[in-house]
Design a protein around this ligand. Sequence first.
Ligand SMILES: C[S@@+](CC[C@H](N)C(=O)[O-])C[C@H]1O[C@@H](n2cnc3c(N)ncnc32)[C@H](O)[C@@H]1O
Length: 270
Amino acid sequence: MSSMQNLSSIADFYKTDKYEHGYTKVYEKYFDNIRDQKLKILEIGIADGKSLLMWSDYFQNSTIIGIDIHKIDIQKKKLDRNNIKVHQGSQSDEKFIDEIISEYGSFDVIIDDGSHLKKDVIKSFHLLFPHLNDDGLYVVEDIQTSYNHFFGGNPFDLKYSNSHMNFFKHLTDRLNYQEIANPFYVGNKYDAKITNISFYHNLVFVRKGVNDKLSKEVINHSYEDMKFSEKSSRTGNSFKYYLKYKIFYKIFTLVFLIFTMIKRILLLRF
Ligand SMILES: C[S@@+](CC[C@H](N)C(=O)[O-])C[C@H]1O[C@@H](n2cnc3c(N)ncnc32)[C@H](O)[C@@H]1O
């Protein structure tokens, strides 16, 4: 197929459902300016191989690696191309994923179009995100399964259930982790590693990158400490500001923390 075709026409040609779901229009926004680069693209879930053929035509200088839990007949599905590699294994099998990583190293784009089960979506993210290059994209398709209990989602508690959609919603806090004014803040392994998370209809995009700029609002996750250091150095009046920020405001923060903890326990929100 011609390298001049846009992604949606290639998708339409191969009849991949990424076209009818409207995903290819979104992908074009991210991929049009990198399509000629030499990238390593991993897609979880091959099925008939339609999307692998689409990526292979679109990213002609890249290597497309597909993994699937089922055996894929490469000849029958016409996947025997130089820039397509196929492996059989589960997206949440740590040993298998380790083998893929030792063979290919890190990736520029990872697309999860596998089982769409909560346990697999979240486990694969934990296993694979560390092996995404900086500025790389991690995409999860069909995240609407989060609203379906047969996929491990929860249609009855959209806010507090531990569905895969909520996993990605909570990941957005990692963007602003420096500003969390909780002096007892416990770090998270994704702090400083995500620069953007975008949600589309049934799709999530997570952009990896360095996000470690120090906050101007808090110091060591404490608003009081920041204010104390700012005001006392500006005015030279340490005692007054010590009483105000290190004692009075700190007590307020501790009371607020205790109140929030009691509320969470009573509402069984852990
Ligand atoms: C939606 S289809 C993939 C469609 C393909 N990406 C496309 O767009 O043409 C999902 C595929 O994921 C595979 N799959 C299901 N569970 C899996 C798992 N745990 N690990 C890897 N692949 C899995 C299925 O065998 C199936 O082929």
